[in-house]
Write a protein that binds this ligand. Structure first.
Ligand code: SF4
Length: 445
């Protein structure tokens, strides 16, 4: 039995895919090991969203092989680098890898691994590969092994049709396709039977989910009818796909968490158009107003890119203006990083100086820290329903950690409760990143 070691980089979809890979290989009789030192095959499930993501993988390959000198260990590259950098990975004789498999080819992994002994010659490099992008593959018949015990990740759709000009995903993960609601509900029932209390529905553009006319609002309602599941979250949505009926389900269905991740990316209309985000600053702000008119306390987070090609300092100030207007609870802020194959790389010069990108990201992080802190201070004195996730924290074994409905981390003193318990916790302290509180009672659910 060959032993597999898997290492995962990047987004939650990759983490989910690693569980799919484990399920496919486990079913075919492969074993797994937690260490690359005694593995027969090392799989790196890669991300290609930014330059340094690739460099990390290249140095990791060499580090593993240096540590296994003389051993007959095989290396396979999975994930978005496999599709985005297939040519370099396959044709570079100096890159000692044995095969590559893209995100839609994981059912072929047993064969790709078993075929290593009969490799195919490719321009002097002897490597196997399958980087086919499928219009149909959703792995709906593969049940990923889940590890967390409290929150289960569940991909309900794959791929993306939006072609934001800075993004590689449409090229590395193909066109959008959704699983049937029945298939998703079946998996949610199985997860509830295993004791999961919360599910997070996953997709590159999850709210464009559509299966034979069943849209995302329909899916949320169907999942909320499963007994045992108390909380439903979803990630990552696109602001263009929030029709009012969906916003009403989020605001009114008690099991759907009152928290929305709303990637803005930039505040200026000319830059938004260059990004092909399909909305304007006004439309984004109108959506925020509509969300808050339905549920004033909705927790909002966002993604922002600073220094997109040709973005001027004045145009950047539009992003500042939107952040000050919305006051997000949290934000992931990145410097623009040119990605191979993307429309932006082909069409627009990466002309914003690095120092200027740094000035902009520092400014936005300061603004966001102020907003996060103000918002969190506003929770002091409130009683929040918290799902207990960890029976210690990074900093202290005397504390338990959970998340409130808004997906904010709440830390409280340990006591006679367990992972998966829902507790009422009175918030007593706040920092920009976490809340602290004291338990009031354990909820019977
Ligand atoms: S919506 Fe845009 S940023 Fe998100 S995965 Fe699709 S192309 Fe990429």
């Amino acid at each position: 039995m060959k032993k597999i070691f898997i290492e995962t980089y990047g987004c939650q979809m990759n983490v989910y895919d690693t569980e799919i890979v484990k399920s496919v290989l486990g079913k075919d009789g492969f074993g797994f090991t937690e260490s690359e030192m005694d593995a027969d095959v090392v799989l790196l499930n890669t991300c290609s969203v930014r330059e340094n993501a690739n460099n990390k993988v290249y140095s990791r390959i060499h580090k593993i092989l240096n540590g296994r000198k003389g051993d007959d260990v095989k290396i396979g590259i999975l994930g978005c680098m496999a599709t985005n950098f297939r040519k370099q990975l396959l044709e570079n004789p100096k890159l000692p890898i044995d095969f590559i498999a893209g995100p839609d080819s994981y059912k072929r992994l047993p064969q790709l691994i078993n075929d290593i002994s009969a490799p195919v010659e490719t321009n002097g490099a002897v490597k196997n590969f399958d980087v086919t992008l499928s219009e149909f593959e959703t792995y709906s018949d593969v049940y990923p092994t889940q590890s967390d015990g409290v929150n289960a990740w569940l991909a309900v759709m794959r791929g993306c049709d939006n072609f934001c000009t800075f993004c590689v995903v449409p090229y590395t993960r193909g066109r959008e396709r959704s699983r049937s609601p029945e298939n998703v509900v079946d998996e949610v029932k199985r997860l509830a039977d295993q004791g999961y209390r919360q599910v997070t529905l996953l997709g590159q553009n999850v709210n464009s989910y559509n299966y034979e006319g069943n849209d995302f609002a329909h899916l949320l309602e169907a999942v909320s009818e499963v007994n045992g599941i108390e909380r439903i979250r979803f990630t990552s949505p696109h602001p263009k796909d929030f029709p009012r009926p969906l916003l009403q389900v989020i605001a009114e269905n008690p099991k759907v968490c009152k928290q929305i991740h709303l990637p803005l990316q930039a505040g200026n209309d000319r830059v938004l158009e260059m990004m092909n985000r399909t909305y304007t600053q006004k439309e984004f702000l109108d959506l925020v107003d509509e969300i808050r008119s339905l549920y004033p306390k909705m927790i909002l987070s966002t993604d922002i890119i600073v220094g997109f090609p040709t973005e001027t300092a004045d145009e950047f100030e539009e992003t500042v203006k939107v952040m000050e207007a919305v006051e997000f609870d949290s934000a992931f802020i990145f410097k623009y990083s040119e990605r191979p194959q993307t429309i932006a790389q082909r069409k627009f010069p990466d002309d914003v100086p690095e120092a200027e990108k740094t000035r902009r990201i520092v400014k936005l992080n300061e603004i966001q820290k102020r907003h996060s802190y103000q918002k969190n201070l506003g929770h002091i004195g409130e009683v929040h329903e918290v799902l207990l996730e960890k029976e210690s924290t990074r900093k202290s074994a005397d504390d338990f950690q959970g998340r409130n409905d808004g997906n904010k981390i709440v830390i409280f003193p340990r006591g006679d409760y367990h992972k998966g318990n829902f507790l009422n916790v009175e918030i007593t302290e706040a920092t920009p990143h976490v809340l602290r509180g004291k338990p009031v009672n354990v909820l019977n659910k």
